[in-house]
Design a protein around this ligand. Structure first.
Ligand SMILES: NC(=O)c1ccc[n+]([C@@H]2O[C@H](COP(=O)([O-])OP(=O)(O)OC[C@H]3O[C@@H](n4cnc5c(N)ncnc54)[C@H](OP(=O)(O)O)[C@@H]3O)[C@@H](O)[C@H]2O)c1
Length: 262
Protein backbone atom coordinates (compact mmCIF):
# COMPACT_ATOMS: atom_id res chain seq x y z
CA UNK A 1 0.00 0.00 0.00
CA UNK A 2 3.04 2.27 -0.36
CA UNK A 3 1.29 4.37 -2.94
CA UNK A 4 -1.38 5.23 -0.42
CA UNK A 5 1.10 6.81 1.93
CA UNK A 6 3.21 8.41 -0.78
CA UNK A 7 3.64 12.11 -0.29
CA UNK A 8 2.20 12.18 3.24
CA UNK A 9 4.01 14.53 5.59
CA UNK A 10 3.32 14.02 9.27
CA UNK A 11 3.37 17.04 11.54
CA UNK A 12 2.93 17.07 15.30
CA UNK A 13 -0.50 17.36 16.85
CA UNK A 14 -3.79 15.56 17.17
CA UNK A 15 -4.45 13.52 14.05
CA UNK A 16 -2.55 16.16 12.20
CA UNK A 17 -0.75 16.00 8.90
CA UNK A 18 0.08 18.84 6.62
CA UNK A 19 -2.83 18.98 4.26
CA UNK A 20 -1.79 16.52 1.52
CA UNK A 21 -4.80 16.96 -0.68
CA UNK A 22 -3.46 19.64 -2.93
CA UNK A 23 -0.50 17.37 -3.73
CA UNK A 24 -2.41 14.14 -4.12
CA UNK A 25 -5.16 15.49 -6.29
CA UNK A 26 -3.16 18.06 -8.29
CA UNK A 27 -3.91 17.65 -11.97
CA UNK A 28 -6.41 14.87 -11.30
CA UNK A 29 -10.15 15.00 -11.41
CA UNK A 30 -11.49 14.46 -7.93
CA UNK A 31 -14.87 15.95 -7.20
CA UNK A 32 -15.18 14.36 -3.76
CA UNK A 33 -15.40 17.32 -1.43
CA UNK A 34 -18.83 17.16 0.26
CA UNK A 35 -18.31 14.69 3.03
CA UNK A 36 -20.51 13.22 5.75
CA UNK A 37 -18.54 11.59 8.60
CA UNK A 38 -20.38 9.41 11.12
CA UNK A 39 -18.74 8.55 14.42
CA UNK A 40 -17.05 11.96 14.20
CA UNK A 41 -17.02 12.50 17.95
CA UNK A 42 -14.44 9.83 18.71
CA UNK A 43 -11.58 7.69 17.48
CA UNK A 44 -11.09 7.23 13.75
CA UNK A 45 -13.97 9.49 12.67
CA UNK A 46 -12.73 12.30 14.89
CA UNK A 47 -9.17 11.94 13.59
CA UNK A 48 -10.47 12.07 10.02
CA UNK A 49 -12.51 15.20 10.73
CA UNK A 50 -9.45 16.86 12.29
CA UNK A 51 -7.31 15.83 9.34
CA UNK A 52 -9.68 17.16 6.69
CA UNK A 53 -10.40 20.40 8.55
CA UNK A 54 -8.91 23.31 6.64
CA UNK A 55 -8.59 21.34 3.40
CA UNK A 56 -10.71 21.82 0.31
CA UNK A 57 -13.38 19.56 1.84
CA UNK A 58 -16.70 20.60 3.33
CA UNK A 59 -17.67 18.43 6.27
CA UNK A 60 -20.90 17.42 7.93
CA UNK A 61 -20.28 15.64 11.21
CA UNK A 62 -22.47 13.32 13.23
CA UNK A 63 -22.00 11.35 16.39
CA UNK A 64 -24.33 9.82 18.95
CA UNK A 65 -23.32 12.25 21.68
CA UNK A 66 -23.97 16.00 21.34
CA UNK A 67 -21.27 16.72 23.93
CA UNK A 68 -18.59 14.95 21.89
CA UNK A 69 -19.66 16.86 18.78
CA UNK A 70 -19.41 20.11 20.71
CA UNK A 71 -15.95 19.19 21.89
CA UNK A 72 -14.70 18.84 18.34
CA UNK A 73 -16.34 22.06 17.12
CA UNK A 74 -13.35 24.12 18.33
CA UNK A 75 -10.93 22.07 16.21
CA UNK A 76 -13.00 21.49 13.09
CA UNK A 77 -14.86 24.12 11.14
CA UNK A 78 -17.67 21.98 9.73
CA UNK A 79 -20.49 23.10 7.45
CA UNK A 80 -22.88 21.44 9.87
CA UNK A 81 -23.30 18.76 12.47
CA UNK A 82 -26.02 16.85 14.26
CA UNK A 83 -26.14 14.39 17.11
CA UNK A 84 -28.08 11.26 16.22
CA UNK A 85 -28.39 7.67 17.31
CA UNK A 86 -28.34 6.01 13.92
CA UNK A 87 -30.38 3.06 15.18
CA UNK A 88 -33.42 5.25 15.93
CA UNK A 89 -36.14 4.97 13.30
CA UNK A 90 -35.69 7.47 10.48
CA UNK A 91 -32.54 9.10 11.89
CA UNK A 92 -29.99 7.64 9.46
CA UNK A 93 -32.03 9.00 6.54
CA UNK A 94 -32.51 12.31 8.37
CA UNK A 95 -28.75 12.68 8.89
CA UNK A 96 -28.12 12.12 5.18
CA UNK A 97 -30.81 14.66 4.33
CA UNK A 98 -29.35 17.26 6.71
CA UNK A 99 -25.85 16.67 5.36
CA UNK A 100 -26.98 17.11 1.77
CA UNK A 101 -28.69 20.41 2.65
CA UNK A 102 -25.76 21.77 4.69
CA UNK A 103 -23.18 20.73 2.09
CA UNK A 104 -25.36 21.64 -0.89
CA UNK A 105 -24.99 18.06 -2.14
CA UNK A 106 -23.27 14.93 -0.91
CA UNK A 107 -20.53 13.00 -2.71
CA UNK A 108 -18.77 11.08 0.08
CA UNK A 109 -19.86 9.24 3.20
CA UNK A 110 -17.28 7.94 5.67
CA UNK A 111 -19.22 5.75 8.06
CA UNK A 112 -17.16 5.26 11.21
CA UNK A 113 -19.95 4.83 13.76
CA UNK A 114 -19.89 1.45 15.44
CA UNK A 115 -19.56 -0.35 18.76
CA UNK A 116 -17.45 -3.24 20.00
CA UNK A 117 -18.33 -6.37 21.96
CA UNK A 118 -15.75 -8.89 23.13
CA UNK A 119 -17.68 -11.66 24.86
CA UNK A 120 -17.70 -15.45 24.65
CA UNK A 121 -20.68 -16.84 22.77
CA UNK A 122 -21.86 -18.55 25.95
CA UNK A 123 -21.88 -15.28 27.89
CA UNK A 124 -23.39 -13.04 25.20
CA UNK A 125 -26.93 -12.04 26.09
CA UNK A 126 -29.82 -11.65 23.67
CA UNK A 127 -29.80 -7.90 24.41
CA UNK A 128 -26.07 -7.64 23.57
CA UNK A 129 -26.28 -9.49 20.27
CA UNK A 130 -29.33 -7.45 19.34
CA UNK A 131 -27.53 -4.19 20.13
CA UNK A 132 -24.31 -4.97 18.29
CA UNK A 133 -26.19 -6.12 15.19
CA UNK A 134 -28.46 -3.11 15.43
CA UNK A 135 -25.66 -0.53 15.59
CA UNK A 136 -23.05 -2.15 13.38
CA UNK A 137 -25.20 -3.92 10.77
CA UNK A 138 -28.71 -2.43 10.69
CA UNK A 139 -27.62 1.21 11.08
CA UNK A 140 -24.98 0.71 8.37
CA UNK A 141 -27.66 -0.65 6.06
CA UNK A 142 -30.01 2.27 6.76
CA UNK A 143 -27.26 4.86 6.31
CA UNK A 144 -25.98 3.27 3.09
CA UNK A 145 -29.54 2.97 1.79
CA UNK A 146 -30.23 6.67 2.32
CA UNK A 147 -26.81 7.83 1.14
CA UNK A 148 -26.97 5.76 -2.03
CA UNK A 149 -30.35 7.15 -2.95
CA UNK A 150 -29.01 10.70 -2.57
CA UNK A 151 -25.69 10.07 -4.34
CA UNK A 152 -27.27 7.98 -7.12
CA UNK A 153 -29.39 10.97 -8.06
CA UNK A 154 -26.14 12.87 -8.79
CA UNK A 155 -24.62 9.70 -10.32
CA UNK A 156 -21.44 9.87 -8.28
CA UNK A 157 -20.36 9.14 -4.75
CA UNK A 158 -18.03 7.31 -2.43
CA UNK A 159 -19.05 5.25 0.58
CA UNK A 160 -16.24 4.21 2.94
CA UNK A 161 -16.71 2.12 6.03
CA UNK A 162 -14.69 0.10 8.54
CA UNK A 163 -15.73 -3.51 9.09
CA UNK A 164 -12.23 -4.04 10.46
CA UNK A 165 -10.29 -7.27 10.28
CA UNK A 166 -13.15 -9.01 12.09
CA UNK A 167 -15.33 -8.33 9.07
CA UNK A 168 -13.01 -10.63 7.18
CA UNK A 169 -11.57 -13.12 9.66
CA UNK A 170 -13.25 -14.43 12.81
CA UNK A 171 -11.86 -14.18 16.33
CA UNK A 172 -12.79 -16.19 19.41
CA UNK A 173 -14.87 -14.48 22.05
CA UNK A 174 -16.30 -12.11 19.48
CA UNK A 175 -19.00 -14.11 17.64
CA UNK A 176 -21.68 -11.42 17.89
CA UNK A 177 -19.30 -8.61 16.85
CA UNK A 178 -17.88 -10.76 14.04
CA UNK A 179 -21.42 -11.45 12.83
CA UNK A 180 -22.15 -7.73 12.76
CA UNK A 181 -18.98 -6.93 10.83
CA UNK A 182 -19.27 -9.79 8.32
CA UNK A 183 -22.76 -8.41 7.74
CA UNK A 184 -21.21 -5.02 6.94
CA UNK A 185 -18.68 -6.53 4.49
CA UNK A 186 -21.35 -8.60 2.77
CA UNK A 187 -23.96 -5.89 2.52
CA UNK A 188 -21.53 -3.29 1.20
CA UNK A 189 -20.37 -5.68 -1.54
CA UNK A 190 -24.04 -6.18 -2.43
CA UNK A 191 -24.62 -2.40 -2.43
CA UNK A 192 -21.62 -2.07 -4.74
CA UNK A 193 -23.22 -4.39 -7.26
CA UNK A 194 -26.56 -2.65 -6.98
CA UNK A 195 -25.12 0.86 -7.39
CA UNK A 196 -22.24 0.11 -9.76
CA UNK A 197 -24.13 1.70 -12.63
CA UNK A 198 -24.97 4.78 -10.57
CA UNK A 199 -21.42 6.01 -10.14
CA UNK A 200 -21.12 5.06 -6.47
CA UNK A 201 -17.88 3.51 -5.26
CA UNK A 202 -17.53 1.50 -2.06
CA UNK A 203 -14.43 0.93 0.07
CA UNK A 204 -14.01 -1.45 3.00
CA UNK A 205 -11.25 -0.90 5.56
CA UNK A 206 -10.18 -4.04 7.39
CA UNK A 207 -8.09 -2.44 10.11
CA UNK A 208 -6.63 -4.51 12.90
CA UNK A 209 -6.64 -2.93 16.35
CA UNK A 210 -6.76 0.86 16.26
CA UNK A 211 -5.82 2.74 19.42
CA UNK A 212 -9.04 4.60 20.12
CA UNK A 213 -11.68 4.93 22.86
CA UNK A 214 -13.30 1.85 21.25
CA UNK A 215 -11.15 -0.22 23.62
CA UNK A 216 -11.83 1.75 26.80
CA UNK A 217 -14.63 -0.41 28.13
CA UNK A 218 -14.29 -3.68 26.23
CA UNK A 219 -12.68 -5.57 29.10
CA UNK A 220 -9.97 -7.15 26.96
CA UNK A 221 -6.27 -6.81 27.69
CA UNK A 222 -4.66 -5.28 24.61
CA UNK A 223 -1.34 -3.61 23.85
CA UNK A 224 -2.63 -0.29 22.65
CA UNK A 225 0.84 1.07 21.96
CA UNK A 226 1.27 -1.60 19.27
CA UNK A 227 -2.01 -0.77 17.54
CA UNK A 228 -2.60 1.42 14.50
CA UNK A 229 -2.89 5.04 15.57
CA UNK A 230 -6.03 6.91 14.60
CA UNK A 231 -4.05 9.42 12.52
CA UNK A 232 -2.73 6.60 10.29
CA UNK A 233 -6.22 5.13 9.90
CA UNK A 234 -7.51 8.60 9.03
CA UNK A 235 -4.73 9.10 6.49
CA UNK A 236 -5.76 5.96 4.64
CA UNK A 237 -9.38 7.06 4.55
CA UNK A 238 -8.39 10.52 3.32
CA UNK A 239 -6.16 9.10 0.59
CA UNK A 240 -9.02 6.94 -0.62
CA UNK A 241 -11.38 9.90 -0.78
CA UNK A 242 -8.77 11.70 -2.87
CA UNK A 243 -8.21 8.98 -5.44
CA UNK A 244 -8.89 10.10 -9.00
CA UNK A 245 -12.59 9.70 -9.57
CA UNK A 246 -12.22 6.85 -12.09
CA UNK A 247 -10.40 4.68 -9.50
CA UNK A 248 -11.93 2.81 -6.60
CA UNK A 249 -10.16 1.13 -3.74
CA UNK A 250 -12.27 -1.91 -2.87
CA UNK A 251 -10.73 -3.34 0.28
CA UNK A 252 -7.73 -2.58 2.45
CA UNK A 253 -6.20 -4.80 5.13
CA UNK A 254 -3.94 -2.98 7.58
CA UNK A 255 -2.83 -4.69 10.78
CA UNK A 256 -0.26 -4.32 13.50
CA UNK A 257 2.75 -6.49 12.65
CA UNK A 258 2.04 -8.89 15.50
CA UNK A 259 -1.37 -9.77 14.05
CA UNK A 260 -0.70 -9.67 10.35
CA UNK A 261 -2.19 -11.90 7.69
CA UNK A 262 -5.19 -13.42 9.33
N1 LIG B 1 -10.66 0.66 17.21
C1 LIG B 1 -10.43 -0.50 16.59
O1 LIG B 1 -9.55 -1.29 16.99
C2 LIG B 1 -11.20 -0.86 15.36
C3 LIG B 1 -10.66 -1.85 14.52
C4 LIG B 1 -11.37 -2.21 13.39
C5 LIG B 1 -12.58 -1.60 13.10
N2 LIG B 1 -13.07 -0.63 13.93
C6 LIG B 1 -14.35 -0.02 13.58
O2 LIG B 1 -14.09 1.31 13.23
C7 LIG B 1 -15.22 2.12 13.54
C8 LIG B 1 -14.75 3.31 14.38
O3 LIG B 1 -14.17 2.81 15.58
P1 LIG B 1 -13.36 3.74 16.58
O4 LIG B 1 -12.15 2.98 16.93
O5 LIG B 1 -13.24 5.11 16.06
O6 LIG B 1 -14.35 3.67 17.84
P2 LIG B 1 -14.84 4.80 18.85
O7 LIG B 1 -13.73 5.71 19.21
O8 LIG B 1 -15.54 4.06 19.94
O9 LIG B 1 -15.92 5.65 17.99
C9 LIG B 1 -17.12 5.08 17.62
C10 LIG B 1 -18.08 6.17 17.17
O10 LIG B 1 -19.34 5.55 16.84
C11 LIG B 1 -20.38 6.35 17.36
N3 LIG B 1 -21.56 5.55 17.63
C12 LIG B 1 -21.65 4.43 18.38
N4 LIG B 1 -22.92 3.99 18.41
C13 LIG B 1 -23.64 4.86 17.66
C14 LIG B 1 -25.00 4.96 17.33
N5 LIG B 1 -25.92 4.08 17.78
N6 LIG B 1 -25.41 5.99 16.54
C15 LIG B 1 -24.52 6.88 16.10
N7 LIG B 1 -23.21 6.85 16.37
C16 LIG B 1 -22.78 5.85 17.15
C17 LIG B 1 -19.81 6.93 18.65
O11 LIG B 1 -20.53 8.09 18.99
P3 LIG B 1 -20.35 8.80 20.43
O12 LIG B 1 -18.89 8.78 20.75
O13 LIG B 1 -20.88 10.17 20.20
O14 LIG B 1 -21.15 7.99 21.39
C18 LIG B 1 -18.37 7.21 18.23
O15 LIG B 1 -18.27 8.50 17.67
C19 LIG B 1 -16.22 1.21 14.26
O16 LIG B 1 -17.19 0.77 13.33
C20 LIG B 1 -15.37 0.03 14.70
O17 LIG B 1 -16.11 -1.16 14.78
C21 LIG B 1 -12.41 -0.24 15.05
Amino acid sequence: MDWLMHGMKRVPGFGATRNPHATVSRGMSNPHTKILITGAGSGIGRALAAKLAGSDKSLFLTSRSADKLKSIAGEVDAAGSTAADLTKPGLAARVVEKAAVALDGLDTVVHCAGIGLIRSAADTTDAEVTQVLNVNARATFLLAQAACQTMAAARRGRFLTIPGILGRAPMRNAAAYVASKYAVSGMIKAFAQEYQRHGIQFSLFHFGGVDSPFWDDLGMKVQREKMIDTATAAEMLAQTIDLPSHLVLGEVVLQPESHQLV
